[in-house]
Design a protein around this ligand. Sequence first.
Ligand SMILES: [Zn+2]
Length: 178
Amino acid sequence: MNSLLLVNRQHPCPVDTAQDLMPVHKRYPHILLKQEAAGALGRIMEQLDGWQFLVPVSGWRSHAEQKKIYEDSLRDNGPVFTAQFVALPGYSEHQTGLAIDLGLLQPEIDFICPTFSDAKICQRFRDLAPAYGFVERYPAGKEHITGIAHEPWHFRYVGVPHAEEMARRGLTLEEYLA
Ligand SMILES: [Zn+2]
């Protein structure tokens, strides 16, 4: 799959993406990514000893899973919150298998908005990510471009050198591809 695949409010996930998936870690057999992305994430975590402190909250989602998450959020959180943080079924980057939500390992983990701060292990992950092909996909100040609220926990695999160039130039995937 093209690691630069653009999925957002205007661009639905175009293909059936259920192939070549693998667990991000043996402790989390239900959190899957495309093999290339899972491998890269594993190398970052190895470098940081990251699985001691961070938990993978959501990886690849089928269309049916995204539909359920969307409908549950509408019911539990209402339309305003849902529009900010949950993509319509068919339009979630999680359906590509190239996106991962990470949270700090703590007793209570919010499934939609996990804690991922700008300090310590979280920031060390964020700083190291581009060298391994991951970018923070929904930064603050770019909401008008991405159509998604600031999500410090959501990382997207775009591959190297794209991630490094996007980070260096401060570009979202939309801007990078424009
Ligand atoms: Zn996400």
